[in-house]
Design a protein. Structure first.
Lengths: 117, 117
DNA sequence: CAGTATCCAAAGGGATACTG
DNA sequence: CAGTATCCCTTTGGATACTG
């Protein structure tokens, strides 16, 4: 496809932005983890472990840590016996809500189209 | 968080839908590849190789094949000398446009917030 | 140009056991 | 409950060379 020069620059910037997003959301499980927390607002470690089908505690722990570092998720240790830990989205994490919803909708349509074909 | 039973079912369905999406869009490069094709409408192999920073021809080939299998991308061999191959989104692939745009916007905001902090 | 083939290192990730 | 530690196999993916 032919493009005018100024358009090409715009495309490159957008490509970079997409890759920035994906750097944060990479990994097999991250989006699913965020979805779990997003849908329930607040969610404990063991609950997320159940929500995200197939994930191991090792992976959940690792990916949650990365999400925390990227300031998408907030971790709170609750004063219970035994200890429980609650995860919730930060204000910044909440801005992913649109994307989560889009992915949810798209997943449903895709299932209809491909799997239910 | 406490939830009423019927809400829990809804959440589970949504979680499954998100995972369906991610099954198709998994891999380090898939979203970026789709973005490249999406922004330029039609794009040749070597162009995508340039657009997606860091990808190798081996990976590009592999991921394009998977996208083709999932009916998101259409591959056309052009009758040129030497051969060129053009990729474009299928009608189904085009339904990802919203998600791509959202990821682009989010990436820009995220850069401002985290990297530009 | 658009791939494929091969080799090989690094990362991913499951299973299990253990700890505060 | 919420992790951490270890073992070890699998997958990913880069570099390079080759083909129609």
């Amino acid at each position: 496809m032919q493009c005018e020069p100024h358009l090409i620059d715009k495309h490159k910037k957008k490509m970079m932005a997409v890759q920035d997003s994906m750097d944060v959301l990479n990994g097999k499980w991250k989006i699913s983890i965020i979805s779990s927390i997003c849908y329930y607002n607040k969610r404990r470690f063991s609950d997320i472990l159940n929500d995200v089908e197939g994930i191991s505690n090792k992976m959940l722990s690792k990916e949650l840590k990365e999400l925390e570092i990227n300031q998408l998720v907030k971790r709170t240790v609750l004063n219970t016996q035994p200890v429980t830990v609650q995860y919730e989205l930060t204000e910044h994490g909440l801005t992913l809500k649109t994307i989560i919803n889009n992915l949810t909708d798209w997943g449903m349509e895709h299932r209809k189209k491909i799997i239910g074909e």
